[in-house]
Design a protein around this ligand. Structure first.
Ligand code: HSE
Length: 309
């Protein structure tokens, strides 16, 4: 048992997906971190190395550490765990950097223990990491990382996660303006009350989006990717947001919006060719605006966290 290790791909995720603030998310395939989880004779959890980003090694200060500690609280584990992380996803980028680490850490520990916990339990543990990172234990990044594909967080108390099918031709394009926007700060600009008329528009769109994913109806999906509640407030925090969104739609994207709490902006397209056209157009606009940006094209990852070896 001691000295066994697994290497994991820890995928990036897009939370909210426009209209589903805190409840909808999807899992990306082409962007993610890597993590090694190893069993040790010494009990507890130790984070021995983080490369790619400067993040705390103290398990109580690290989202992966906090998530594993929550898991270990509920089981008498016969060993301890050592974690090494290579971060490709920048914290504060809006594509689920903290969720990638917290969810993969509990996935890895659970696997090495012989899978005593169900995916829903892993979401619950990983949410502790999200609480540390942003002050709120939201599940809309960790759920798609663990389940793969699109997920709906129907409720957090009690936790209720629904897996939603992914239409085969859907491809995401993500542009990440190279600024850091903390989720905590992006949540602070939101209003605690919304007009009933906006709520009606929003739940119409959430229902439409979910239906479109079940039906594989790309036009309904396109009509539903609209956020009248959160985007108007957060867009102001993101340099070039309106230009990028407009460019994505003009290039043929089905819809575009803020990825998670930003500053990344996502677009969903039907087919790889359109997603590439969207990426080209976004790149051009970034140059015109003199904004340093990273662009990713990714199919939807229906598996979630992957064991590499
Ligand atoms: N639903 C969260 C938010 C996701 O928008 O604040 C953060 O990645």
């Amino acid at each position: 048992m001691i000295g066994r290790e697994i290497r994991l791909f820890c995928p990036a995720t897009i939370a909210n997906v426009s209209c589903g603030f805190d409840v909808l998310g999807l899992c990306l395939d082409a962007v993610g971190d890597q993590m090694i989880v190893k069993t040790t004779a010494q009990k507890g959890v130790r984070i021995s190395k983080i490369t790619g980003q400067d993040l705390p090694l103290d398990p109580k200060q690290n989202v992966a550490g906090v998530a594993v500690l929550a898991l270990l609280d509920e089981i008498e584990a016969p060993c301890g765990f050592e974690i090494k992380i290579h971060k490709n996803i920048k914290p504060g980028s809006g594509i689920g950097s903290s969720a990638a680490s917290s969810s993969a850490a509990v996935f890895g520990v659970n696997h090495l223990l012989g899978n005593p916990f169900q995916p829903i339990d892993l979401v619950r543990f990983a949410m502790e990491g999200e609480a540390l990172a942003s002050g709120t234990p939201h599940a809309d990044n960790v759920a798609p990382a663990i389940y793969g594909g699109f997920t709906l967080v129907r409720s957090t108390t009690p936790l209720d996660i629904v897996s939603i099918p992914t239409p085969a031709e859907l491809v995401a394009t993500v542009i990440h303006p190279q600024i850091e926007l903390k989720t905590k700060d992006a949540r602070a600009v939101l209003k605690q009350q919304i007009p009933l008329s906006n709520a009606i528009t929003q739940w119409g769109n959430v229902g439409g989006l979910i239906s479109s994913l079940f039906l594989g109806d790309y036009e309904l999906l396109s009509r539903s990717l609209v956020d009248v509640v959160v985007e108007p407030h957060r867009a102001l925090l993101i340099p070039g947001f309106d230009t990028f969104k407009h460019a994505a739609l003009e290039a043929g994207a089905l819809g575009s919006g803020i990825s998670g709490s930003g500053p990344s902006i996502f677009a969903l397209s039907k087919g790889l060719a359109t997603a590439q056209k969207v990426a080209k157009s976004l790149e051009l606009r970034a140059k015109e605006l003199h904004l340093n940006c990273e662009i990713h094209i990714s199919k939807i990852n229906t598996q979630g966290i992957r064991i590499l070896s």
